[in-house]
Design a protein around this ligand. Sequence first.
Ligand code: PEP
Ligand code: MN
Length: 278
Amino acid sequence: MPTISSDYKLVLTAHKPAGTQIKINREESLGGPTFVTMAGPCTVEDEKQMDEVARAVKRGGASVLRGGAFKPRSSPYSFQGLGKPGLQMLRAAADRYDLRVVTEIVSENQIDLIERYADILQVGARNMQNYELLKALGRATKPVLLKRGIAATIDEWLSAAEYILAGGNEQVILCERGIRTFATHSRFTLDLAAIPIVKKLSHLPVVVDPSHAAGNNNLVIPLALAAVMAGADGLLVEVHDNPSTAYCDAEQALTPMQFLELSSRMRDIACGTGRVIY
Ligand code: PEP
Ligand code: MN
């Protein structure tokens, strides 16, 4: 059973029983009646890639374009992201297709820069317990998507969110992206139970990232569909126009065709969840 810890209070349902809704665009809010899809490549690579992915995800009903310009890579020798030019490509592609932008922030020094280009600031799993970053994001003006750490309990995850709310920013989206277990046939284990648990404990919207949990594009669609049925408010999913050439997370990227298949299957099951999926 979930425990109500005194380590957090502002994130609790009792603090805001009506729930938090985060405005995405004129029609959609995260935490509202519409299921919000955020999709795009793991990392921004070039203008052509961003244009093709943005067009594809828009066609599949996404309302937010994802793409990392600052990548927290496990190895210092892996591609670290394009930085500011990447943010500019991401914003330009999103604007061409009337999409909003979510991108990762890895340091508190980047808040001003990233807020200029993004609509939602993503805190990655590796930074969920970077408390200086969380405190700084409490002073940010844009919503924060807070991923669950790979070995974080639900209490630790909610305590991390509490830092941002306590700092004055109430616009927080929780993102379940899989935790580390003894399972070896998927990259991580998607904790589906966390969705209804956190939705009961907290007023914050909950989205699911099936891509990093899966590590393999064959698993992404079933995990995404399970997340819809488990009551998630939205999805964060990796899509690449040509996964075989992706700079990072190639194995887990959906092709544009697979993304369209996912969108149509999500729409088919949405009626059972009481939500609208575009
Ligand atoms: C990402 O979204 O590309 C990412 C790095 O995810 P995570 O922080 O969940 O590993
Ligand atoms: Mn990735």
